[in-house]
Ligand binder design. Sequence first.
Ligand code: ZN
Length: 193
Amino acid sequence: MLMPLFSEIDQKAWRMGPHTTHVVRRISDMRGMYQDEQAQAALEREDPLVYEVFTAAIPQEEGHLMYGISIVNPGKVGDEFYMTKGHFHQKLETAEVYYCLQGHGYLVMQTPEGQVKTTALSPGLVAYVPPRWGHRSVNVGAERFVTFFIFPADAGHDYATIEAGGFAQLLLDGGGKPALAPNPRYRRAHGPR
Ligand code: ZN
């Protein structure tokens, strides 16, 4: 039996502790994820930080809930906003909640069949990602885009499907406004290609 525990979120530095895992993704960790490969290669020289995730040290077992914070920095690769890699849950039939703490961004969500939905997030807004929907966070603002997330601890992460096929729609800077555009390199995870 796990004893009750708590975490503290530093709402200035955007750190969560104690007993967390900390994942850091730089531009060089995002190879193949952005449309503009030349812009990506140029950015790799400085290799800026794209996003960080702090996750509570909870057993990845049925019945538990996993939670943490995701911090996406402001920036672009070519016309494409900084974003997380995005993933499906290994247990596809599991949901997730995202609560925005700072900044302005989007959750881009996609079914294995390629249907795409987006939800804009700013502080105070909560997004519900139903079972089956892969998801990625995109920062379209000028400050850090920070969300608190919570999902079934045994859900698992499937990054490979997104790494192989991408999302069907990209969020690009359309002259100061975020605009969805079809991803020419998208390959559907399931069903007819
Ligand atoms: Zn998830």
